[in-house]
Write a protein that binds this ligand. Sequence first.
Ligand code: C5J
Length: 226
Amino acid sequence: MQAKTLLVPAEPYAFELKPAECALLIIDMQRDFLEPGGFGEMLGNDVSQLRRTIEPNRRLLAAWRAAGLLAMHTREGHRPDLSDLPPSKKIRGRSATTIGDVGPMGRILVRGEPGHDIIPELYPAPGEPVIDKPGKGAFHATDLHSILQHRGITQLVVTGVTTEVCVNTTVREANDRGYDCLVPEDCVGSYFPEFQEMGLKMIKAQGGIFGWVTGSPSVIAAIGDA
Ligand code: C5J
C-alpha cells in the first residue's frame, strides 16, 4: 500500500510529507545558546533572536507528539574529559573563556552541565531520542543515521539553532545521505538577522538544492490531517 502523503505549502514547491517516514529533528535548543546569562549571551550575542523560536517550536512539537510522529533532539557538546574536542575547536575565536572552561551555567558545552541541557520549554519526552553531537552537523560522529534507518525515516523536519551553523550543516549532511529536509523558518534562529535570511535562502535556492522552507503553521495544519 502507498504511504500516506500530506502536501505542505513550501518553497521552492510543495513538500510531500509522509508521516510514517518523517521525523522532527530539533537542533541544539540548549540553555547555553538561548537563555539570558548563558554562554551565547556572554559572548555578546542577542539571545532574543533565538528565543523567538521557542514558542513556534513548542507548538510544532506538541502537534507532532499529538499526531504520534517521531521527534528527536540534538545537543552540541563534549565529554567531560574533552577527548572528543578537536584542539582547533577549543582555540577557535581566541576567547578568554572557551569550551570546557567554567562559564555562567557550568562548564561550557560539556555534557551533564546545566548550560548543555535542553531548555525546559522543549524538554525531550521519555522515548524521544537525544543525539549528543560533538560537531555542528548532527550526523558527524553520532548514531543518528542508523537510528533513522532502523525506523524507516526518509524525511526530516529540521528546526532549532542556529540557522546558518548547526541547522544548515545538518540539512546539508542529511541531503547527502538521501533525506528530504523541510525547514520551518519561524522555528529556526540566528543571532544575526542577515544570516537567518541567507541561511534559509541557501537551502531553498536552485530548486531546493538542500531542501524546502515553510512556516510551522503549514506543517501543523498538514499533520492535523495525519
Ligand atoms: C549551533 C553554534 N548549534 N552556533 N552552534 O549552531 O556554535
